[in-house]
Design a protein around this ligand. Structure first.
Ligand SMILES: NC(=O)c1ccc[n+]([C@@H]2O[C@H](COP(=O)([O-])OP(=O)(O)OC[C@H]3O[C@@H](n4cnc5c(N)ncnc54)[C@H](OP(=O)(O)O)[C@@H]3O)[C@@H](O)[C@H]2O)c1
Length: 321
């Protein structure tokens, strides 16, 4: 099979398109013939091994553990391991497991769900990491309730476009923050109001929010806390990717939040099958529609990653195989 691989940490230049043997599924795994895979910021972090903390999170200290990246997979079941009970050959599935930048990938059965029949493989591949992150940020960490006011910073990217739509589906009033070129798109997916960050700093707003989901936390934590209600929650999803800012979000931000009497949460999304099912139901009900920015061929994976790495994707970037 064809696969885009690397053997060392580095820029997208270390990636090579190679012909390798098709993997065999382990007992609990499904072999998926990959039709589409989406690119996440996670891919370039794991590709480069940056920030260094990524290497300590099980991705390999000096040498990368995963030669094939690509966590968001949609495709058809080609074969199943002997303990797989949830899927059969030819099922159309989507889910999350490393190894998607290839014609075939092995994924644990509990990280997959059946693809809605009305969705394309490209749409389904857009969902897992970004959709799960948005759902868990709003529902679990942000405890969003119907009628509450939520501000989503970085509303136009992969996580943001899911967060706007899921927040609306949960009955919230949604204020999105993005650059001017994306204002109309964020409004079109349901935001009640959109702030163009090139013209206005959201933390100077007169309004106070029950929840802030921050996908673009480039500012110091004190700023968003100015517009958080006393009972509100700030959920840090992503933003600056240095080790220093990572440590700041883990150690300094909670201290500042405590001093200001506000609740601040940072988290890493979990791949839970039940959550994939919840998002699938929202997709089937038409309450969430993936926003797709660009599509690339497998051989163009380095280019797709370079584009995502710039930090201005408009929804999701897809590799079609
Ligand atoms: N904690 C977790 O488990 C988890 C999971 C997934 C992702 N993440 C992290 O979350 C972040 C977002 O991920 P993503 O997949 O949505 O990335 P993405 O698709 O690259 O989107 C990033 C978005 O940020 C916006 N943006 C850039 N600068 C901004 C600014 N100064 N103010 C407001 N918005 C700004 C961009 O919008 P414009 O083009 O309009 O500027 C872009 O749409 C990344 O840092 C990623 O590593 C964390």
């Amino acid at each position: 099979m064809k696969a885009v691989m690397r053997t060392k940490y580095g820029s997208p230049d270390v990636l090579e398109l190679r012909e390798i043997d098709r993997p065999d599924p382990k007992d609990n795994q499904v072999l998926v013939k990959v039709h589409a895979v989406s690119v996440n910021p996670l891919d370039w972090h794991v590709l480069r091994g940056e920030p260094f903390l990524v290497r300590l999170m099980g991705f390999g200290l000096l040498k990368p553990k995963h030669q094939i990246l690509g966590a968001d997979i949609a495709g058809r079941v080609e074969a199943i391991g002997k303990n797989v009970t949830q899927f059969k050959v030819d099922d159309e599935v989507f889910g999350s497991g490393m190894g998607g930048f290839a014609e075939y990938a092995c994924v644990s059965q509990n990280r997959l769900v059946l693809k809605p029949t009305a969705m394309t493989f490209e749409q389904a591949a857009a969902v897992p990491v970004a959709g799960l992150t948005a759902l868990q940020a709003l529902r679990d960490h942000g405890r969003l309730q119907s009628g509450q006011h939520v501000l989503i910073n970085g509303a136009s990217g992969g996580v943001g476009t899911f967060a706007v739509q899921i927040a609306k589906a949960l009955g919230a009033q949604v204020i999105g923050v993005c650059s001017g070129r994306n204002v109309e798109m964020v409004r079109s997916i349901g935001a009640d109001h959109v702030i163009d960050y090139t013209k206005e700093e959201f933390w100077r707003s007169e309004k106070k929010f029950d929840l802030i989901v921050d996908n673009a936390a480039f500012q110091s934590i004190g700023k968003p806390l100015r517009v958080l209600k006393a009972t509100g929650i700030y959920v840090g999803v992503g933003g600056s990717s240095s080790t220093l800012s990572f440590l700041q979000s883990l150690i300094v931000n909670p201290l500042i939040a405590r001093m200001k009497g506000r609740k601040v949460v940072s988290f890493m999304a979990n791949v839970k099958q039940a959550d994939l099912v919840s998002i699938k139901e929202l997709l089937e009900a038409g309450k969430v529609v993936p926003v797709i920015d660009r599509k690339y061929a497998l051989s163009e994976t380095p280019e797709a990653i370079r584009y995502v790495e710039k930090g201005h994707a408009r929804g999701k970037v897809i590799i079609t195989i």
